[in-house]
Write a protein that binds this ligand. Structure first.
Ligand code: SF4
Length: 439
């Protein structure tokens, strides 16, 4: 099917908006997100303009769709500088308000790196209604920042924390990393436990609303992968890494933070709404080079609005191609890479994402989407998992126990083996629900 045969579904439903800012001061050694260092010749203005063009194009095709959350990520959005941040924030708002009389965004997050957090950045965030700043801290120790190839120092981080403490009243998230490869013997890895726990202690003194604690993954296309393969760095032993992560997680839980998703911890009522929607597989629109969207679509030839399908659109990870595609009146959708997600694959993705959450998959939502409960679709498997203490069913959810979440990948493999069942070929998707049904 050609992209020109497809229409994104306009209707009375809500989406999340993700904006990818593909610029960083330099490339961190472990990072495989699409981002490029900013040089004098880098077309930063053009990319921001392209993002607004892309948004205007999409939103004109989706005038009835409401945006519930916005997440400006990257890359390093805070690096855009005051002028372009204002252009971006005001542009998103004014384009949306061409089709909507109210601006009811529940959560608007902007990612920032410590070295680019300034008083002016914070004031701009306040002025444009940003509700949450997510800070990529990773570590409070210069040794680790160096190993990671981070652009800033711990001095920058403490300065940023002071500024946020004094001037920012909205929500804050800190990203921190465990399992950082070491430069020498194993016993030095053990030291990381002490440092990480100290970092957490210190960060909790500022009472952030949210903390993401990630284990460093060695991604193939990164410098870090090469360093470890060549022996310049030694990857942390996986048992030790797990042990350190569990201790760090316990410290966060003791501090009152709920481990509501595999790597995420929130103070009471402070879960990230944008990411919750993502884990619950609500539709989202991605703007910017390499950004991904998952949206309901219909074929132009079958304008049957009762049976939209699910489409994934992946933007090209190429700055210059993006500039060309988003200039003028071009339809940004025509050149994008698209994939139709089959009902069975969508079902699998719902399970994979939902089980990441402590609260699990919401029963009502699941049944509305697929016409049947999880226990009707996989009766044998669910019965077995329940008897093994891996899974629980509540009044309105299917969730994994802590043990189940630890072996999530193994459980997903079992589900995958069952995906060939003939009954799954009959699965139909009703997605998204309209807003009246969502309430
Ligand atoms: S700052 Fe973030 S997005 Fe940029 S290279 Fe480092 S890890 Fe990747």
């Amino acid at each position: 099917m050609e992209n020109s045969d497809i229409l994104l579904l306009n209707g009375n439903y809500s989406i999340s908006l993700y904006v990818h800012i593909p610029f960083c001061r330099s490339k961190c050694y472990y990072c495989d997100f699409f981002s490029v260092p900013v040089l004098k010749t880098t077309p930063v203005n053009g990319i921001v303009k392209g993002i607004l063009n892309q948004f205007a194009h999409y939103i004109s095709a989706l005038p009835d769709v409401e945006i519930e959350t916005i997440y400006i990520g990257g890359g390093t959005p805070s690096m855009l500088g005051p002028y372009l941040l204002k252009v971006l924030f005001s542009g998103i708002k004014s384009i949306y308000l061409r089709y909507h009389s109210t601006w009811n965004i529940k959560e608007w997050t902007v990612e920032a790196n410590p070295e680019s957090i300034t008083g002016e950045f914070i004031e701009i965030c306040k002025e444009y209604g940003i509700t949450r700043i997510s800070v990529g801290i990773q570590s409070l120790h210069d040794d680790y920042l160096k190993i990671l190839g981070r652009p800033g120092t711990s001095y920058d981080t403490f300065k940023a924390l002071d500024l946020l403490g004094a001037h920012w009243n909205g929500d804050i998230n800190y990203d921190i990393l465990s399992g950082i490869p070491g430069t020498s013997e194993k016993h030095k890895h053990k030291l990381q436990e002490k440092h990480l726990l100290n970092d957490i202690d210190l960060l909790l003194k500022g009472s952030p609303e949210h903390i993401s604690l990630y284990s460093l993954t060695l991604e193939e296309n990164t410098e870090m992968y090469r360093f470890v393969r060549e022996g310049s760095y030694i990857a942390m032993d996986s048992r030790m890494e797990e042990d350190i992560w569990i201790k760090a997680a316990s410290l966060l839980e003791a501090g009152g933070y709920d481990n509501y998703e595999i790597s995420n911890f929130a103070g009471p009522g402070k879960e990230c709404i944008h990411n919750l929607r993502y884990w619950h597989m609500e539709p989202y629109l991605g703007l910017g080079p390499s950004a991904v969207s998952t949206m309901p679509y219909i074929k132009k030839t079958e304008l049957d609005r009762n049976s939209p399908g699910v489409i994934r659109i992946t933007g090209k990870a190429d700055i210059h191609q993006y500039l060309t595609d988003m200039s003028g009146e071009n339809n940004p959708f025509l050149n994008a890479e698209t994939e139709i997600i089959s009902p069975a694959d969508f079902l699998f993705e719902n399970i994979m994402m939902g089980f990441r959450l402590k609260a699990g998959i919401l029963k009502d939502k699941f049944i509305k989407r697929f016409g049947k409960g999880l226990d009707e679709i996989f009766p044998g498997l669910i019965k077995q998992w329940k008897s093994e203490g891996i899974m629980k069913t509540g009044k309105n959810n299917y969730s994994l126990t802590k043990r189940g979440r630890f072996i999530l990948n193994t459980l997903l493999l079992s589900i995958q083996k069952h995906m060939e069942l003939p009954s799954l070929k009959q699965i139909q998707v009703r997605w998204p629900p309209d807003k009246a049904q969502e309430k």
